[in-house]
Design a protein around this ligand. Structure first.
Ligand code: ZN
Length: 69
């Protein structure tokens, strides 16, 4: 696994809530339809709905979730 893995995964994955396309934004995969953001932890996107950040919240955090500090 390398740093490009989340970017490649983003082309394969869809938002579990609305099935919209997701794109890598900082430390998140962001849904381009409903705006939910799923954290990417050690290169692995957590696509569980309970892990998702609501629309706008990840942007306010600079797309950093702080779990790698
Ligand atoms: Zn969505």
């Amino acid at each position: 696994m390398d740093d490009k893995t989340p970017e490649r995964l983003s082309r394969l994955l869809a938002c579990p809530k609305c099935m919209g396309p997701v794109a890598l934004k900082g430390m998140f995969l962001g849904c381009e339809r409903c705006g939910l953001a799923y954290p990417v932890i050690d290169g692995v996107p957590d696509m569980r709905s309970e892990a998702a950040w609501e629309a706008g919240k990840a942007g306010k955090a600079g797309f950093r979730h702080g779990l790698r500090l």
